[in-house]
Design a protein around this ligand. Structure first.
Ligand code: FES
Length: 967
């Protein structure tokens, strides 16, 4: 051990440190929790601090190297009363989504502004470049830095808001603000536009770009994430993973590991009961298969679970892992999804006790068949029949906060699971049989989540961590390394998508989709992801005759799971590319062709009854759509037609292209997803809103608060939002399936309406008025027709302490019989280098109908972030494996996601519609944002080069090869 002296946030501190300790280790250990950990090799940048005024990655610096130096962490910048201009600007602009990257982004910007008070846009992007953000498109972050710089220069600032405009009856008459044409070629951030039809009701709190309820604490770097608070006496858990993609464990010897001082537990399959489960966090009954156990005597992918350890320190835990001796019997490996289904192939699940595998001998976990109309006859009657095959890869979520979990027994000997999860209530139910504790003995707390995108809709560490706590009776913490995020968490399903489409009189009368989904080593979300893919892929153009056939297949690769887009993005990608190919072949205008065919208001979604996500669905019809307006506005903003004409017959090395795609998504799972909310009134007339819905950076705490505030006639500030804790908040299915605004929002609205009724009833009692209809609730007051007024505080005090004493409050639940599709048009503009195959993206524009936009700045953050993830899917992101199943790019250097100075101009326009079944007309926005970039990119590439690309991602190598075959 060595003593070092650091000046941290202007205070001199002395610490005993180990030579191996990184600066990150020491800072977090000493309570500077704003410094985050995301990769341990300096690629993600969330551990950035200022060292002698310069931004450095604290995970790369040994603590002893920083001896006698000065360090600034976010805790040293400002506080709640006097925030730094950067903290203030990040709060005001909506730059904070999950907030995990925020401290590092703010500090990086601080270093820039300290030396350059008036930076250019490029300089800002360059300064933010070292810190990855997976939630946003960097748009609001760049704007935040420019705004802070302006404030520091003494310039006066306007309130940061969206642009609210009225939607004209004829969208062709629309008058866009000139900057939305992007004629100057710049990529400066623009506020989102919200177009509202004249007939939509006025609202007070809903529809405003309110500041997020959690923005301040995140901007100040408060300890709000799972790993920011450690219980006394906590042990460090670690997971031994398989180096082989398919093997039987012949022998495992843990003697040496167990005898290492500081080790408290080493557990293998020999120590745990064999209880089968499925790791996907879904509603009861969990969709099959049950094909996992906590620890098994067989491994099925590199990164599969082998053993777990709990020790006094993480270092000892890792030493213990190295001392575990495992003898493997290697088995043949299959990584190709088509090969996996062939006769005589290696069987990945040859165990007897798995439940619900369709055909284990052929590695087929699910076979789905659904059909409406008369498909064969419709094909025989079609004018034209087209076929096309499209391929999409495994994509990793790359949330910056890894999976992390802490388990302990509380003073009543109940197991507490503090975990970064999207599904706290599902985790509690799923965990119970694995650790043999009744549900009532388990409490799951979801603190702040540093991103999830579906990957935290899984039980990946909670069961292992709980097993270690059960065994040691001590608190235990477990966290995935970044490598384990690639090898041991979940990914997007890779798909092979084969469409056959029949056209008669320019109408799609029939379509067939054969889909193969690669679920990797375990079934998890295999059924539902691929079913959603089939439903959305065949419903976008909704032919009355449709057939969906799907095989979901095991391979010896890390399991796939839920990922934003959830199958819909893959299958709509194939459908959209194919539609433009068909239009091209028939020589008809692609936009007109799509317009004549896309799903319209009043139409029944033909496959909705059959593809109900694992259970019988219900017949649904589309009740609201802004697709037409989205397309027209987007075409105008991009000058789509003019550019398409202009780009014809290009030659030379660099060629421009513009592409478009239309997409739909869903809003929750009809008749299945349930959300509940509790609202209670406090003495001062404020309200607690208790929700099981989980905000993973999406802003759902804020928008649910806005819905409550709207109904209760108070500002958002009077709603105290708490989410989520299985002991204190009512049930919610969790954050997935684009359900929170629509389903949980429905529950909040109902609960608020009930509370509103109680307030009016109590006010009527106080005023001795016989009829509540003579009262109005607005602006924190109840006003009677005779002019008398009561404040909410007076009503609260009366109801709690004086008259007819009772707690004003209500709990309400909401399930929807339908899942209304949001609609959107995605536009992409590129320059293609025909020599290298490189694509320079100039602009992404999405025009979105998500019903009523509850919070435009928050919603635009969702769309910007979704588009950037989608851009990665289109151009760079692909998890690669060799033929032995070894991952080839399980790190953030080789697996490429976009940084701040690599992103194009990104614009968002909303066209509001009034969905009759949604709270205040809202539908969903979180997932549709990721659906459109890939097909629009294919469209733009074809526009630039005449080549149809049918396999993602469109890497320079793939593009170059395709061009060589074509040009
Ligand atoms: Fe940047 Fe979530 S807000 S990673």
């Amino acid at each position: 051990m060595k003593q070092i002296k650091l000046t941290i946030n202007d205070k001199i501190r002395k610490f005993e440190v180990n030579e191996k300790d990184s600066l990150l280790d020491v800072l977090r250990r000493e309570g500077y929790k704003s410094v985050k950990s995301g990769c341990d090799n300096g690629t993600c940048g969330v551990c950035t601090v200022l060292l002698n005024g310069k931004p450095v990655k604290s995970c790369l610096i040994k603590a002893i190297e920083a001896n006698n130096m000065s360090i600034i962490t976010l805790e040293g910048l400002g506080d709640a009363e006097t925030p730094d201009p950067l903290q203030k600007a990040f709060i005001e602009t909506g730059a904070i989504q999950c907030g995990y990257c925020t401290p590092a982004q703010i500090l990086s910007a601080k270093a820039l502004l300290n030396k350059n008070p008036d930076p250019t846009e490029d300089e800002v992007r360059k300064a933010l470049n070292g810190v990855l953000c997976r939630c946003s498109g960097y748009v609001r972050g760049v704007d935040a830095v420019k705004r802070a710089a302006a404030e520091m220069r003494g310039e006066s600032l306007k309130q940061y808001q969206h642009i609210a405009l009225t939607l004209p009856e004829n969208t062709q008459d629309i008058d866009l603000p000139p900057e939305y044409y992007r004629k100057d070629g710049k990529k400066n951030p623009l506020p989102p536009i919200v177009y509202t039809p004249k007939e939509m009701d006025n609202v007070a709190v809903v529809g405003k770009s309110e500041i997020k309820v959690d923005a301040k604490k995140l901007a100040l770097g408060k300890p709000v994430f799972t790993d920011d608070v450690h219980p006394e006496g906590m042990l460090y858990g670690a997971l031994l993973t398989s180096p082989h993609a398919h093997a039987r464990i012949k022998n495992i010897d843990v003697t040496k590991a167990r005898s290492l001082p500081g080790v408290h537990a080493v557990l293998t399959y020999k120590d745990l009961p064999r209880v089968k489960f499925a790791s996907g966090g879904q509603s009861y009954p969990q969709p099959l298969p049950y094909d996992q156990v906590c620890l098994d005597d067989k491994v099925r992918h590199v990164g599969d679970r082998v053993a777990i350890v709990a020790a006094d320190t993480l270092e000892i835990a890792y030493q213990a892992l190295n001392l575990i001796e495992v003898e493997y019997e290697l088995l043949p490996v299959v990584v190709d999804m088509e090969q996996a289904m062939s006769d005589g192939v290696s069987v990945i699940h040859d165990e007897e006790d798995s439940i619900g595998i369709r055909d284990a001998q052929h590695n087929i976990v699910h076979h789905i068949d659904a059909e409406v109309g008369n498909v064969d006859q419709a094909f025989s009657e079609a004018d034209f029949v087209f076929e096309g095959e499209y391929r999409t890869p495994k994509q990793q979520h790359v949330h910056l906060e890894p999976h992390v979990c802490i388990t302990y027994f509380d003073e009543d000997d109940r197991l507490v699971v503090r975990t970064s999860t999207q599904v706290p209530f599902h985790i509690r139910r799923m965990l119970s049989p694995l650790i043999n504790l009744p549900v009532k003995q388990i409490r799951v707390i979801k603190p702040r989540i540093g991103g999830g995108f579906g990957n935290k809709q899984e039980m990946l560490l909670e069961d292992l961590c709980a097993q270690l706590t059960m065994f040691t009776r001590r608190p235990v913490r477990m966290e995935y390394t970044r490598t384990q995020e690639f090898t041991s968490s979940r990914s997007r399903h890779a798909n092979i998508i084969r469409y056959k489409v029949g056209i008669k009189d320019r109408k799609m009368t029939v379509a067939q989709l054969y889909l193969i989904g690669d679920t990797g080593a375990y079934g998890s979300h295999g059924l539902t992801v691929n079913m959603v893919g089939g439903f959305k892929g065949l419903t976008l153009y909704n032919p009355p005759n449709a057939r969906f056939i799907c095989d979901v297949v095991y391979t010896n690769t890390p399991p796939a799971g839920a990922f934003r887009g959830y199958g819909a993005m893959q299958c709509q990608y194939g459908m959209e590319v194919m539609m433009e190919e068909i239009a091209n072949h028939l020589g008809i205008d692609v936009v007109e062709f799509k317009r004549e065919n896309w799903l319209k208001i009043g139409e029944t979604m033909y496959l909705s009854e059959q593809l109900g996500e694992g259970r019988k669905g219900v017949k649904q019809a589309m009740q609201s759509s802004g697709m037409q307006q989205c397309v027209e506005i987007g075409m105008q903003a991009t000058q789509f037609k003019e550019k398409r004409d202009l780009y014809q017959n290009q030659d030379g090395r660099y060629r421009k292209g513009i592409g478009m795609a239309v997409v739909i998504h869903g809003s929750g799972i009809a008749n299945l997803d349930m959300g509940a909310a509790t609202i209670k009134m406090n003495d001062d007339g404020s309200f607690n809103l208790l929700i099981g819905a989980t905000d993973l950076g999406t802003g759902s705490d804020t928008i649910l608060g806005q819905i409550a505030a709207e109904v209760l006639g108070v500002p958002l500030d009077d709603i105290i939002v708490y989410s989520s804790d299985t002991d204190f908040t009512p049930f919610d299915k969790g954050a997935y399936a684009s359900s929170t605004t629509y389903v949980s929002g429905g529950a909040v609205k109902k609960a608020a309406q009930e509370v509103r009724n109680q307030i009016l009833e109590h006010a009527a009692l106080m005023l001795e008025i016989p009829d509540v209809d003579l009262l109005e609730l607005k602006n924190k007051q109840v006003i009677s027709q005779d002019g008398r007024q009561l404040t909410l505080e007076e009503i609260a005090l009366s109801s709690i302490h004086q008259l007819n004493q009772h707690q004003i409050g209500a709990t309400a639940s909401h399930v929807s019989p339908v899942s209304p599709p949001p609609t959107a048009a995605q536009f992409v503009e590129i320059v293609l280098d025909t020599q290298t195959g490189e694509v320079q993206v100039e602009r992404l524009l999405m025009v979105v109908d998500c019903g009523r936009v509850i919070n435009p700045i928050t919603a635009s953050g969702q769309v910007e972030g979704g588009m950037l993830q989608a851009l990665g899917f289109a151009l760079t992101e692909e998890m690669l494996f060799d033929e032995k199943g070894n991952p080839l790019n399980p790190n953030l250097s080789d697996y490429k996601i976009f940084r701040a100075n690599e992103t194009p101009a990104m614009d968002v326009i909303f066209v509001q519609t009034d969905e009759p079944t949604g709270p205040f007309g809202a539908k969903s926005v979180a997932e549709i944002s990721i659906d459109g970039v890939s097909p629009a990119m294919a469209s733009a590439l074809h526009d630039a080069s005449g080549v149809w690309m049918r396999e993602l991602p469109y890497t320079p190598e793939r593009i170059k090869a395709a061009l060589q075959n074509h040009l």
